[in-house]
Ligand binder design. Structure first.
Ligand SMILES: O=CC(=O)O
Length: 388
């Protein structure tokens, strides 16, 4: 390792992946002037997203009143908003207040239902697992906007949307902290065997002897693929654990504290934690392949909080089973909710059910953002977080 990295040597390597919205800016529209001064004060103490929310919890926190929803926009009630699967009861409730919410999962004859309502469906709400592919988009001739209840838009056919002039929004920023927190949580869980220790206590094994020694996190080198919002948030947290930070991205960033590597293999060879903080695209599919896994080696740990297809899962499984990789903390998988069963018996692996942004607080703010993007669109105002 170059520079200050050369002085450090560790008994363990870590790789982490996460998704991030590379092209999104911090959004500040609709911020009333009187908020600005209170936000400035709050920002000195904590991370605050400049986002005017109808979420009463946030309104209370920011000392401002809740904005009025649908009553001001009665014409919106006839707009059909299609939701393919349950995502958040709060989101459903807020959409139902404003629009004609059509819950596809509640109807048995889905094809007929889509035909019957294709004349009124002008919006689609997707999430990480439920997107709008070309086939669905073709079935909805009146579709104007796809609002994703997720930061990742890999399940939406963006080209088709561009071609048809359909707008697309996502929920960046508001989930960054949770996803980055989870990356650190998974890292600690794998290195310190937190889940295995918990099982040890619950099964009564502690009475027969102490748990074995584990691996220290503080000071390990964390490598990040893609230094976007989530990548930077992971880096910031890892810095608090005195971890040197290294990263890969298409071009070097003005982050002199962090060591840049021009390839993922080089990064994996030179770090203990590798964070793939890039969106899932054709370019980043299987960005963690056999070569990267081998470069990480038997003391390395892969943490994936991005998308399953960032990693060649078959290669990952065989590397873990054969002991060619030190461990893995996974929140995402190639064919969710299917998880390779070969991983179930491995104590150096921690498996989560895609819960990166899954806190009540964050999901409610994400829901507000979905609703406000839809409202902005139908009121012909600028979208808060446009992708297309
Ligand atoms: O995976 C979750 C998201 O993209 O928000």
């Amino acid at each position: 390792m170059a520079g200050h990295y050369t002085t450090l040597s560790f008994g363990c390597k870590l790789i982490s992946t996460c998704v991030h919205p590379t092209r999104r800016r911090h959004f500040t529209p609709f911020l009333p002037f009187h908020w600005s001064s209170s936000l400035n004060t709050i920002q000195q103490q904590t991370t605050v997203h400049h986002y005017q929310s109808t979420n009463p919890n946030l309104s209370h926190r920011f000392g401002c009143h809740q904005s009025k929803p649908s009553s001001e926009n009665p014409t919106m009630e006839s707009i059909g908003v299609l939701m393919p699967a349950p995502m958040s009861s709060y989101l459903e409730q807020e959409l139902e207040k404003r629009f004609n919410l059509l819950k596809l999962w509640t109807v048995p004859q889905k094809t007929q239902f889509l035909k019957d309502h294709s004349g009124s469906i002008r919006a689609f709400v997707g999430n990480a697992g439920n997107g709008a592919d070309a086939e669905l988009i073709e079935k909805l001739p009146k579709l104007e906007i796809v609002a994703c209840f997720s930061v990742g838009v890999d399940k939406v056919d963006l080209n088709k949307c561009r071609e048809k002039g359909i707008r697309v929004t996502n929920t960046p920023d508001v989930l960054t902290d949770d996803v980055a927190d989870l990356a650190i949580g998974l890292t600690l869980a794998v290195l310190r065997r937190l889940c295995e220790c918990d099982r040890y206590v619950r099964s009564g094994q502690w009475k027969k002897g102490d748990y074995k020694l584990t691996t220290k996190f503080t000071g390990k080198t964390v490598g990040i693929i893609g230094l976007g919002r989530i990548g930077k948030a992971v880096a910031k947290r890892a810095e608090a654990f005195s971890c040197p930070i290294a990263y890969y991205s298409r071009t070097a960033k003005p982050e002199p504290k962090y060591k840049y590597y021009p390839s993922v293999v080089e990064l994996a060879s030179n770090c203990d934690v590798l964070v793939v903080a890039c969106p899932l695209t054709e370019e980043t599919r299987h960005i963690v392949n056999r070569e990267v896994i081998d470069a990480l080696g038997p003391k390395g740990v892969l943490i994936n909080i991005g998308r399953g297809p960032h990693v060649d899962e078959a290669e990952l499984v065989s590397a873990l089973v054969e002991g060619r990789l030190g461990g893995a903390g996974l929140d995402v998988y190639e064919k969710e909710p299917e998880v390779p069963e070969q991983l179930f018996g491995l104590e150096n692996v921690v498996l989560l059910p895609h819960v990166g942004s899954g806190t009540v607080e964050t999901r409610n703010v994400m829901a507000d953002l979905v609703v406000e993007n839809l409202e902005a669109h139908f009121l012909k105002k600028p979208l808060l977080t446009p992708v297309v």
